[in-house]
Design a protein around this ligand. Structure first.
Ligand code: NAD
Ligand code: UDP
Length: 334
C-alpha cells in the first residue's frame, strides 16, 4: 500500500515508517518539523537503505495535503501529526485545538477530496480520564481533564460521525498507553524540542548527567510501592501495532477504537531500577509532591488488539530501557 504518515518525522511516526517500509509498504512522510528534526530523514535512510519521500507541510494546508495524496496515489493515512504536551495544552488551549482538531478536519477534507477513506488515528489512553477500573478496556467511559485529552476526545467523536455519515470510511483509533524506548540501531528515538517531561526521557537525562536528579512525583499513591504505575510500551511494538492496524482496517468499514499497551503496569521505581541495571548508571532521585492532574495507576486490557488485530507486545522493560539508553548515548554524541 501507499501510506501517508502525517507527523512522520516525529517519535512514533519515524519508528512506524521503518516497520511499514520494511514490510513492503511505500511510505510518504508529511511534517512541519515543529517538534522534530530534519536529520531524522537521513537516519531513516541509513536504517532503510532508501530515501523516504517527505513533504514539508502543515496538515492545515488542505490543498497541499490533497495534492500529496493524489501525487503519491495514497491508499491510507496514519495521522500522527499533533501537539502532545499535557501541561502546555492547559496554557495554550487554542494552539492545541487549532493544531489537533483543526489539523484533523483539514486532513479529512483533503482525504475526502482525494477519495482516500482509510485512516489510522493516533489516540491516547488519556481519553479514559481518571480510571474507574483496571485494566482499562475500550468500553471504559471516556472523559478529559485537559485540553490535550479533550482534543483527542473531540477527534475520536468527529471520526465516529464521519464513519456514520458515509459507510465507505474505514477508521481505527489506536489508544496508545505509554510509548518508550527507541529503534535498536540507536539512530532514531524520542527527540522533542525543549526539555522532556515524560518519565523515561527524564531518567535518560539523569543517566547521562544532563539533569542532576530525577524528581519522583509522589510516593504516597495506593500502588505497590507508592509511586505512579503506567503501561509502558516499546515504540517498536507500537510501530508493529500500526502495521497490524492497517492490515485490519483496510478490510473493515466503520469506526473502531483499540488499546495499544502491554497489559502490565510498572511503577516509577520499577523503571528506575531497570534503567540502572541496563545502563550501569545510578539514577539519583528525590521524592517531590504529586504532579497536578496525575493518576495513580493506568494499564490496558489488550484482548481487543489481540483478537481483532492479531497483535500483542513482545518487548519487556529491559528492552525498553536499554534501547532508550542506547539512543540517549547516540543523540548525546550526535
Ligand atoms: P512527536 O511530537 O514526536 O511527533 C509529532 C510530529 O508531528 C512531529 O514531527 C511534529 O513536527 C509534527 N506536527 C505537529 N503538528 C503538525 C502539523 N500541524 N502539521 C504537520 N506536522 C505536525 O509526537 P509522538 O510522540 O510521535 O506522537 C505522535 C502522535 O501520537 C501524536 O498525535 C500524539 O498525541 C499521539 N500520542 C503520543 C503519545 C506519547 O507518549 N508519545 C501517547 C499517546 C498518543
Ligand atoms: N514521573 C515522575 N517524574 C518525572 C516524570 C514522570 O515521577 O520526571 C511519573 C509520573 O508522576 C507518572 C509516571 O512517572 O506516575 C509516568 O509519567 P509520564 O509523564 O511519563 O506519563 P503519563 O503520566 O502522561 O502517563
Amino acid at each position: 500500500m501507499n501510506i501517508l504518515l502525517t507527523g512522520g518525522a516525529g517519535y512514533i511516526g519515524s519508528h512506524t515508517a521503518v516497520v511499514l517500509s520494511q514490510a513492503g509498504h511505500e511510505v510518504v512522510l508529511l511534517d512541519n518539523f515543529c517538534n522534530s528534526q530534519k536529520s531524522v530523514l537521513g537516519r531513516l535512510q541509513k536504517i532503510l537503505d532508501k530515501v523516504l519521500p517527505c513533504v514539508e507541510a502543515d496538515v492545515r494546508d488542505t490543498a497541499l495535503v490533497a495534492k500529496t495524496l493524489q501525487d503519491y496515489k495514497i491508499d491510507a493515512v496514519i495521522h500522527f501529526a499533533g501537539l502532545k504536551a499535557v501541561g502546555e495544552s492547559v496554557e495554550k488551549p487554542i494552539e492545541y485545538y487549532a493544531n489537533n482538531v483543526q489539523g484533523t478536519i483539514s486532513l479529512l477534507e483533503a482525504m475526502k477530496s482525494a477519495n482516500v477513506k482509510t485512516l489510522v488515528f493516533s489516540s491516547s489512553a488519556t481519553v479514559y480520564g481518571n480510571p474507574q477500573y483496571l485494566p482499562i478496556d475500550e468500553n471504559h467511559p471516556i472523559s478529559a481533564t485537559n485540553a490535550y485529552g479533550r482534543s483527542k476526545l473531540h477527534i475520536e467523536e468527529m471520526l465516529k460521525d464521519i464513519a456514520i455519515s458515509n459507510s465507505e470510511w474505514k477508521i481505527i483509533c489506536l489508544r496508545y498507553f505509554n510509548p518508550v524506548g527507541a529503534h535498536e540501531s540507536g539512530l532514531i528515538g524520542e527527540d522533542p524540542n525543549g526539555l522532556p517531561n515524560n518519565l523515561m526521557p527524564c531518567i535518560a537525562h539523569v543517566a547521562v548527567g544532563k539533569f542532576p536528579y530525577l524528581k519522583i512525583y509522589g510516593n504516597d499513591y495506593p500502588t505497590i510501592d507508592g509511586t505512579g504505575v503506567r503501561d509502558y510500551i516499546h515504540v517498536m511494538d507500537l510501530a508493529d501495532g500500526h502495521l497490524a492496524a492497517l492490515a485490519y482496517v483496510r478490510n473493515h468499514k466503520g469506526w473502531v477504537a483499540v488499546n495499544i499497551g502491554t497489559g502490565h503496569g510498572a511503577s516509577v521505581l520499577d523503571i528506575i531500577s531497570t534503567y540502572e541495571f541496563v545502563s550501569g548508571q545510578e539514577i539519583i532521585f528525590q521524592i517531590e509532591g504529586r504532579r497536578n492532574g496525575d493518576i495513580a495507576s493506568c494499564y490496558a486490557k489488550v484482548d481487543k488488539a489481540r483478537n481483532l488485530l492479531g497483535w500483542q507486545a513482545k518487548y519487556n522493560l529491559e528492552k525498553m530501557c536499554s534501547s532508550s539508553w542506547l539512543w540517549q548515548n547516540f543523540s548525546n554524541k550526535a
